[in-house]
Write a protein that binds this ligand. Sequence first.
Ligand code: MN
Length: 244
Amino acid sequence: MAVLIGVTSETKVVPRAGRDAPASIIAMYYLEAIRRAGGTPVVVPPGPPDFIYGLASRLDGLVLSGGGDVDPSRYDRDPIDQVYGVDEARDTTELALVDAALSLSLPTLAICRGMQVVNVAMGGTLIQDIATERPDSLVHWAPDTQFDLHQPVTVDSSTELASVLGSSEVKVNSIHHQAVDALGDGLAAVAWAEDGIIEGMSYEGDWPLLAVQWHPERLFTEDPASLALFDGLVARSIARRDSR
Ligand code: MN
């Protein structure tokens, strides 16, 4: 049986028969990428920690998807004006999921906001807006090129991330205005843009974590390294399931 890979979602209000209804949504390319790698994607809706722990225990793997900003109060900061898209229910859900994934050693691919959520869950902090707080940085919010490989990223060649990607020099897209600042407990920076912004993280323990600041779900149909991240997640999920 194919491994079950949970994908976190966001809440958006959508029209339903003339009335607004909150909906749990996720861009289809995340689901397609998991399917393409041989996994069965399931959408994880928001919910309280006990529900999330129960759900996580049924999964074989996890994708923490991209989205709006984590509430800066989660890392003891006052929000600056550039913070947007804060979703308390999603923060609660995903912080509990990281906790569950860590305790279950659930193979996890953390993408963009997902990588930031992992860092916050482990006690780290975020750059709230790169252009404001690191004005000498490159442009990392580049939606016009979100399907293009345009930003060079260097990956520590001794890491799991480099071996999954098959290279220590990759090109990626860049659609984020926040980034990891101080690293959380057990986390290490393993990939960087040319300006030093952290583009990848690993965990120094038994939790199989692949964390990237870019968006491989928008690149996997054209870029083998992007597909390899999903293949790597599914391979780790199969290995964990088969060893239990
Ligand atoms: Mn970037």
